[in-house]
Design a protein around this ligand. Structure first.
Ligand code: ARG
Length: 577
């Protein structure tokens, strides 16, 4: 049940009935304070102005036409013309029952779209580092969320698997294979890349070979293709281990690297020329865009083909957007890439739109995020100044979580402890990232993310186990059907129920804006409301059997909502901790 959508519909009908235009905005929002009811409609003032009417009088007429029979227990006009809506406890109880009876918590199915999500996108022969973490974690939460709502989600891992560096990498892999035995040589990708670069810079014969391999690879030479493929395979095998550890849903099948678009590039450049968008400039092929200015204030030139015939990252992203629309039939494309690539994407997409490759009706969205910073506010690095490897970071998270969890559960056996520490440690790293508003830089702080207080994974995971413990104590199987009906007599019960029923509008918002932190904030608030309810409304010791059953049902809906919400974020839960 999307209460906000339902009320918006009702208020806008009433507004139209009293003369407002058909596209008027009722602006129904969750009320900021309990005295303003559960929801508030703020759209009257703007319409009154348009109609040249007195806002309060208009509000009164709207309320006369507002049909919230059975839904609201009270409707009030406040301030200059706000409409405060108080939901009826009986109605909330009915909706809560319906949510409990539904495997989807009452969330209505959507008009399914095909949505492509571009995320993670590490580079070949380079280890995934913390810079790729944000894209992987946030992108995966978006994928899970949209999938839960019923969309057809295509995960596109735009791996950096093409470019002139591959001549050097192939030559170095060859050297390694000659000198050592095969795969071991690539155990540390970062070192491999560094060494390859060093050899390239120092050994002229090697550099010569590397350059010839680039040409051969581009020409489709079989040996070079095989070596290239080996590099991609080794990299993605290592990355897959990280994905699995992170409980991220990407698989090898989701790899759609830059090379996938190679065959499209000559055609695109030719087409851009034919359409008069691209021109020759100093030997290169360039699209001049009025939308972007260079330092001299002139239209910016975006190179789509270099003088030597090579294509660029931009050319690939033009082809990639076209492919996602034409071949994957995307209705919408989300890109989770750090904010430094914003200009690049905007340029590529401006060309895409001008060339008519993707119609305006199909949104191309850059969901950008800032950098991960250390506690000192500087880029997050190792003590010696190197980039932190994701696998090392996760090891540390689990190590720290082990200490935390064993302190709380001294008698837990080693096996269970290991499992729990993994779920808490990995969950903490992910949740810390997910819970922040995405666009800002974010400060990585172990103490904050592993705290049992505040909006953290351990707090949320613990809150979930606390709800379940009610059932354990009572010896009730929470999966069995619970007798009785929900009745909301206490204000805290009604508040909890209303919040529980806001799951749908929350997830709808996350899906629309691609912002998982909104779900984190919702779940955190929900857990807090449950605590208050639990303290003031005894469940198992309730004197009246009907009240006890009703409260058990509210607790059950809370548990399911927390679990489902955390699941859309890719955060695992446990039964006890
Ligand atoms: N591989 C790139 C990097 O590591 C990110 C690719 C993002 N996706 C895209 N369609 N450009 O910076």
């Amino acid at each position: 049940m999307n209460i906000q959508a339902l009320l918006s519909e009702k208020v806008s009908q009433a507004m139209i009935a009293v003369g407002a235009p058909a596209d008027c905005e009722p602006m129904v929002r969750q009320s900021a304070r309990v005295q303003f009811g559960d929801y508030q409609a703020n759209g009257i003032m703007a319409v009154a102005k348009k109609l040249g009417q007195q806002p309060r009088q208009l509000a009164e007429r709207v309320v006369q036409h507002l049909d919230l029979n059975g839904i609201a227990s009270k409707v009030e006009i406040a301030g200059p013309g706000f409409i405060n809506i108080f939901l009826a406890p009986e109605w909330l109880a009915q909706q809560a029952e319906a949510a409990l009876a539904s495997p989807r918590l009452g969330v209505a199915p959507v008009d399914a779209q095909t949505i492509v999500i571009d995320y993670s996108a590490p580079n070949v022969a380079k280890e995934m580092h913390v810079g790729h973490v944000r894209s992987t974690i946030i992108g995966d939460a978006a994928a899970r969320t949209l999938e839960f709502l019923g969309h057809h989600v295509i995960r596109a891992n735009h791996v950096g698997d093409w470019g002139t560096q591959f001549g050097m990498l192939i030559a170095y892999l060859e050297k390694q294979q000659r000198e050592h035995h095969e795969e071991i040589a690539l155990a540390d990708l970062e070192a491999f890349y560094r060494e390859a670069k060093k050899t390239y810079d120092e050994d002229e014969a090697f550099a010569e070979r590397a350059r010839s391999y680039v040409v051969k690879l581009q020409g489709g030479d079989e040996y070079c293709r095989t070596m290239w493929k080996k590099l991609v395979d080794i990299t993605m095998t290592q990355n897959q281990k990280v994905y699995d550890r992170l409980n991220v849903t990407l698989t090898r099948d989701d790899v759609m690297g830059e090379s996938l678009y190679n065959d499209m590039l000559p055609g695109i450049v030719a087409d851009l020329k034919a359409k008069g968008l691209a021109v020759e400039s100093e030997g290169a092929t360039v699209v001049f865009l009025d939308e972007f200015k260079n330092k001299e204030g002139e239209p910016m030139g975006v190179i789509v083909q270099k003088k030597d015939g090579g294509y660029l990252y931009t050319t690939t992203d033009i082809a990639c957007a076209k492919y996602r629309y034409e071949q994957l039939h995307a209705d919408r494309v989300l890109y989770y890439i750090d904010s430094r690539q914003h200009q690049h994407l905007m340029q590529a997409w401006t060309i895409v739109r001008k060339a008519g490759y993707v119609p305006e009706s199909v949104p191309l969205e850059h969901h950008m995020f800032g950098m991960m910073l250390g506690k000192d506010g500087r880029p997050f690095k190792t003590r010696s100044g190197g980039t932190i490897k994701l696998s090392d970071l996760l090891d540390e998270a689990v190590e720290r979580a082990t200490a935390l969890v064993s302190e709380k559960n001294p008698e837990m056996d080693a096996d269970e402890l290991r499992k729990l520490a993994n779920i808490v440690g990995i969950g903490a790293v992910k949740y810390a990232d997910l819970s922040k508003s995405r666009t800002t830089d974010y400060i990585f702080d172990w103490d904050n993310m592993l705290a049992f207080e505040g909006n953290t994974a351990p707090y949320m995971q613990y809150a979930y186990t606390r709800v379940l413990s009610v059932f354990r104590k009572a010896g009730i199987d929470e999966n069995a059907l619970l007798e009785g009906t929900i009745q909301l007599n206490d204000e805290r019960e009604a508040q909890l129920a209303a919040r529980l029923l806001q799951f749908e509008e929350t997830i709808t918002l996350v899906a629309r804006d691609g912002t998982p932190h909104v779900m984190c904030a919702y779940l955190y608030d929900l857990a807090g409301l449950f605590s208050g309810f639990y303290e003031h409304c005894p469940i198992l010791s309730a004197e009246d059997a009907a009240v006890r059953q009703s409260r058990l049902k509210l607790a059950l809906l809370t548990a399911r909502t927390l679990k489902q919400g955390l699941d859309t974020l890719g955060i695992e839960t446990v039964e006890r901790m």
